[in-house]
Design a protein around this ligand. Structure first.
Ligand code: FAD
Length: 306
């Protein structure tokens, strides 16, 4: 059995594995896709102390760093079930079962997509999901934010300070964000809000985004907005469906952790985008992964089993 089994191989899982292995304990990582969301990222400019890097490069470096240590990396393995116990069991889609004295869940999250033509084609070429990451790339340009919930309105307020103009597009007939955010939004001179609007297409010139098409839902009329960037803010879905009923989750499906990364199940910790920890970022996921590994180690040295 493992001392620490990490499920998920993104920044949180890689950090957890390194911190665990450096304690000289038996460490494994099972990941569906080692590297995680970082593999889908192009420019990264906020990974502190590294001025600029690219997702696939950082993902390769994460793996190299983990491989410096004696860590059993099981890539392309999807976990499907967690069974609590003295030894926690993780059952994989392959049929294999792994047992460990502690488990660190770091399965990350995925952005909900609009699923319209052009969205995938222009991903990282104008279509973005993270204002903290990509906002500065659109300095002085025109962007749209899709979604009028708290994250969409927060993104629009944030971006309005950087870009020349923000068009916020909401499907419903009204915004769903907190009133205080809506008030702030309405006070900004360079924001236009369009409600009852369904984005139907991302337009581009083959290289980058040039606009979007939305349908005015009451009339059915199509309208085009010319712009350079589109921030999709219609939800971040944690990869925790397989844990429902076993580990306590928030209403949004995030694993509830305390300030040491402990979940509701003894010996089971969690870190990164799959948890209730606010702000989903690489540096934050790495810090949380390290913290969860130290907590797991602390649990091990306090438990009686050899
Ligand atoms: P993830 O990176 O999501 O990794 C999750 C891991 O778990 C993966 O290995 C996955 O395969 C695995 N997994 C999932 N389910 C299972 C399962 N059931 N069984 C086994 N394994 C499983 N952040 C920044 O700080 N700066 C940026 O510039 C930036 N740009 C971004 C651009 C894009 C396009 C995207 C999508 C995200 C960006 N982010 C950026 C956010 C950043 O990538 C995430 O915050 C970070 O990757 C979260 O790390 P994580 O380890 O928690 O999860």
């Amino acid at each position: 059995a493992f001392d620490v089994l990490v499920v998920g191989g993104g920044p949180a899982g890689a950090a957890a594995a390194i911190y665990a292995a450096r304690k000289g304990i038996i460490t494994g990582v099972a990941a569906e896709r080692f590297g995680g969301q970082v593999l889908d990222t192009m420019g990264i400019e906020n990974f502190i102390s590294v001025q600029e890097t690219e997702g696939p490069k950082l993902a390769a470096q994460l793996e190299q760093h983990v491989r410096q240590y004696e860590v059993d990396i099981m890539n392309l393995q999807r976990a499907e079930q967690l069974v609590p116990g003295e030894l926690v069991e993780v059952r994989l889609a392959s049929g294999a079962s792994l047992k460990s004295r502690t488990v660190i869940l770091s399965t990350g999250a995925r952005w909900r997509q609009m699923n319209v033509p052009g969205e995938n084609e222009y991903r990282n070429k104008g279509v973005a999901y993270c204002p903290h990451c990509d906002g500065p790339l659109f300095k002085g340009k025109r962007v749209a934010v899709i979604g009028g919930g708290n994250s969409g309105v927060e993104a629009a307020i944030d971006l309005a300070g950087i870009v020349s103009h923000v068009t916020l597009i909401e499907f419903d007939s009204q915004l769903r964000a907190d009133e205080v955010l809506q008030r702030k939004l309405r006070s900004l001179p360079n924001v236009t809000v369009i409600v009852s609007a369904q984005t139907t297409e991302v337009l581009g010139d083959g290289q980058k985004v040039t606009g979007l098409v939305y349908k005015d839902r009451p009339s059915g009329d199509a309208h085009t907005v010319s712009l350079e960037g589109i921030f999709v803010q219609i939800g971040l879905l944690p990869n925790t469906e397989w844990l429902k009923g076993v580990v306590d989750l928030s209403p949004r499906g995030e694993i509830i952790v305390d300030d040491r990364g402990q979940t509701s199940v003894p010996g089971v910790y969690a870190a990164g985008d799959c948890t209730t920890v606010p702000y989903k970022q690489i540096v934050i996921a790495m810090g949380e992964g390290s913290k969860a590994a130290l907590s797991a180690f602390d649990y091990l040295i306090r438990s009686s089993a050899p």
